[in-house]
Design a protein around this ligand. Structure first.
Ligand code: PSU
Ligand code: MN
Length: 314
């Protein structure tokens, strides 16, 4: 067993699919433990996996369990993580060695999931939103490790942009400096998670899954170390009213400041307060956009592989 194999465990389905060059979509687990309440988190995680299967790709939800990076959780393991919720350790790149050594349960962020996907050989990863530069980040230096990971690890992340709890303009500047392509999926504008528009223009645009797969292949051929952001706007019918969401965000930010929330607690705190502040409307939008991202990610993985998985593998 190689040293890496001691800490990296792929499910049999993932191994099989990798060997045959079949399309696979990685999924993160912080969104399950810290992004949504139980049982919506578990139901959503299952629904996301189903969408990917239906589009002809294999889903691989990733987390750290029992001292191993697990690529391809079983439904029972997803349930376990969903129930553990906030008591699972939110695990980004910084935290991975310690969580693995201590054999605690680690829910992987976008950054950590990218690392795991890359180690496994998976190129595409669907989620809701990535981390970014926080509002006021120019003073606090609160910049998500996701933005740094995107410069280092060649995995394409299909998401609905970043929430406007963050500073979208500075997030885009940071990604540009780091050489990370942000590709609007059928849009010229950076989506703002709950809403389709942010007011920030993008310079790269793809019309379909094949366009993204082709660009990713070129990035690989050039040996670029970094990944890509595929910014896929929330479906029109599920988008929120911009003033409603902005109000909830402003309130959540004030509360975070009053309570002195810092570090890795900031994002989960804001997500929870916003869900509460909008009386659950935001949760519905959140679920709709993730399902949509899962479908697009599966289409991209299928376009890249040039083949579909016709039958449910598991
Ligand atoms: N943004 C969301 N939902 C999420 C997250 C971000 O809209 O669940 C999670 C992701 O796992 C992301 C992490 O990688 O939060 C970023 O945390 P931080 O800002 O502490 O880097
Ligand atoms: Mn942070």
């Amino acid at each position: 067993m190689s040293q890496l194999d001691q800490y990296l465990n792929l499910s049999d389905d993932v191994k099989k699919a990798l060997k045959k060059g079949m399309p696979i979509v990685a999924l993160e687990s912080t969104i399950i433990s810290h992004g949504m309440p139980y049982p919506d988190n578990v139901e959503t995680a299952y629904a996301v996996e189903n969408q990917i299967v239906e589009r002809g790709a294999l889903p691989a939800t990733i987390a750290i369990m029992d001292g191993k990076i697990r690529v391809g959780l079983t439904p029972a393991e997803i349930e376990r993580l969903g129930k553990e919720g906030l008591s699972a350790t939110k695990t980004s790149r910084r935290d991975m060695p310690f969580v693995l050594a201590n054999k605690t349960t680690g829910a992987t962020t976008v950054a950590a999931t990218m690392i795991a996907a890359h180690l496994a050989g998976i190129h595409f990863f669907a989620t809701g939103g990535i981390g970014g530069v926080h509002r006021g980040g120019e003073d606090t230096m609160d910049v998500s490790a996701d933005l740094v990971e995107l410069q280092k690890t060649s995995v394409a992340v299909i998401c609905s942009g970043v929430k406007s709890i963050l500073d979208i303009g500075r997030t885009l500047e940071y990604l540009e400096t780091g050489g990370v392509p942000v590709i609007g999926f059928g849009t010229d504008e950076m989506p703002a998670f709950y809403t389709r528009q942010s007011g920030f223009q993008l310079v790269l645009r793809a019309e379909n899954a094949q366009d993204v797969a082709d660009a990713f292949r070129v990035s690989q051929a050039l040996g670029f170390p970094g990944g890509m952001v595929i910014a896929n706007p929330i479906p029109e019918q599920s988008a929120m009213d911009a003033t409603v969401i902005e109000h909830a965000i402003t309130e959540a930010l004030k509360e975070a400041e009053r309570e002195g929330i810092v570090g890795k607690e900031v994002t989960p705190f804001l997500l929870e307060r916003i869900a509460r502040g909008t009386g659950g409307i935001s949760l519905k939008s959140n679920i709709a956009l993730i399902l949509n991202n899962a479908r697009v990610a599966a289409d991209i993985a299928v376009a890249y592989a040039g083949t579909k998985i016709e039958r449910k593998l598991f």
